[in-house]
Design a protein around this ligand. Structure first.
Ligand code: NDP
Length: 325
């Protein structure tokens, strides 16, 4: 019998969790059975129980077990994959320091618990915001887990960029490759079309600079806000879908000749200071990844990458000052 993939999901009773868990259980990562560990804060445990009841009612053939807990060590025990979705949302009166500090408490504790009890093949993907810096905090608090096992989600930005380019060029998304998101999962992120290919042609032959600057980049960067305005609540289903895409490609590999965007611990590539968790063009294979090397970066891209990376460096300085790493 195939051993189930043990997946811990934090913030399991939240909006993203409500979409994500069903995608994981219905085969979103492939045809291997899955065991779900739902981690929540104590007050949200009854809600997590309700979600688990619905998961049971779906009678998913691949779902081999569900556990619900408020104990991170129990949720992460022997886990192969940890999807860290739960995070402290920013409220109006909070300063940036308050936000980093509240999330720091969550991600230091979760990093330590992962370090102590996770499975040898653990992979940790952080969706909860500020995702890059939360991933950095967890990684720095898990010294026994190789740094390359941590990543933060920029796949939603990547997918939004693919979708906008597909709409503009009248091409199916499946015909587009080599999209890249650089930097932080924040308004400073940079969606780079320089290397993108649309039906075998360079994207830059099909779209012009004014469209990129005045429509494409702002639409991708501000899409979350636009969805909140339209729907009255945040883009949870697409965030869950992107989390599934990111985990699936990490475990199963990117397509030949293509790449994806993942925020990973920098090795200094492309001038991104070593150790920052920043988004890069990444190819994956056999559960590992490598940053796509030697891409040409023009002045327009350089300035935008530098701005986003500077923001990440500021966040790292702030969490260092707070003693979180
Ligand atoms: P959501 O499920 O909507 O969001 C969870 C996190 O994902 C937030 O940090 C959110 O950031 C982030 N996120 C990333 N991309 C997106 C996107 N495109 N759209 C929306 N969110 C995105 O939040 P809920 O408040 O519904 O649920 C959070 C759950 O986490 C709660 O049930 C809470 O109890 C739980 N929690 C659990 C913890 C634990 O397990 N130890 C710790 C803390 C919380 P942003 O805030 O910027 O929208």
């Amino acid at each position: 019998m195939v051993t189930p993939l043990r997946i811990a999901v934090t913030g399991a009773a939240g909006q993203i969790g409500y979409s994500l868990l069903f995608r994981l259980a219905s085969g979103g990562l492939g045809d291997r059975p899955v065991e779900l560990r739902l981690l929540e804060v104590t007050p949200a445990l009854p809600k997590a129980e309700g979600v688990a009841m619905e998961l049971v009612d779906c009678a998913f053939p691949l779902l081999s077990g569900i556990d619900i807990t408020d104990d991170a060590r129990r949720a992460f025990d022997g886990a192969d994959l940890a999807l860290l979705v739960g995070a402290r949302p920013r409220t109006a009166e909070m300063t940036r320091g308050d936000l980093l500090s509240a999330n720091g408490a969550i991600f230091t504790a979760q990093g330590q618990a992962l370090n102590d009890v996770a499975g040898d093949d653990i992979r940790v993907l952080v969706t909860g915001n500020p995702a890059n810096t939360n991933a950095l905090i967890a990684q720095q608090n898990a010294p026994d887990i190789p740094a390359e096992r941590f990543s933060a989600l920029t796949r939603l930005d990547h997918n939004r960029a693919l979708a906008q380019l597909a709409l503009k060029t009248g091409t199916p998304v499946s015909e587009i490759s080599r999209m890249t998101i650089w930097g932080n999962h924040s308004a400073t992120q940079y969606a780079d079309l320089s290397h993108a290919v649309v039906s075998g042609r360079p994207a830059l032959e099909l779209v012009d600079r004014p469209w990129i600057e005045s429509e494409f980049l702002p639409t991708v960067a501000n899409r979350g806000t636009a969805i909140i305005e339209a729907r009255g609540s945040s883009s949870a289903a697409s965030a869950a879908s992107a989390t599934v895409d990111a985990a699936r490609d990490w475990l199963n590999g990117t397509a030949e000749g293509d790449w994806t965007s993942m925020a990973v611990v920098s090795d200094g590539s492309y001038g991104v200071p070593e150790g920052l968790v920043s988004s890069f063009p990444v190819q994956t294979e056999n559960g590992g990844w490598r940053i796509v090397p030697d891409l040409e970066i023009d002045g327009f891209s350089r300035a935008r990458i530098d701005t986003s990376v500077a923001e990440l460096a500021d966040e790292r300085t702030a969490v260092r000052k707070l003693g979180l790493i």
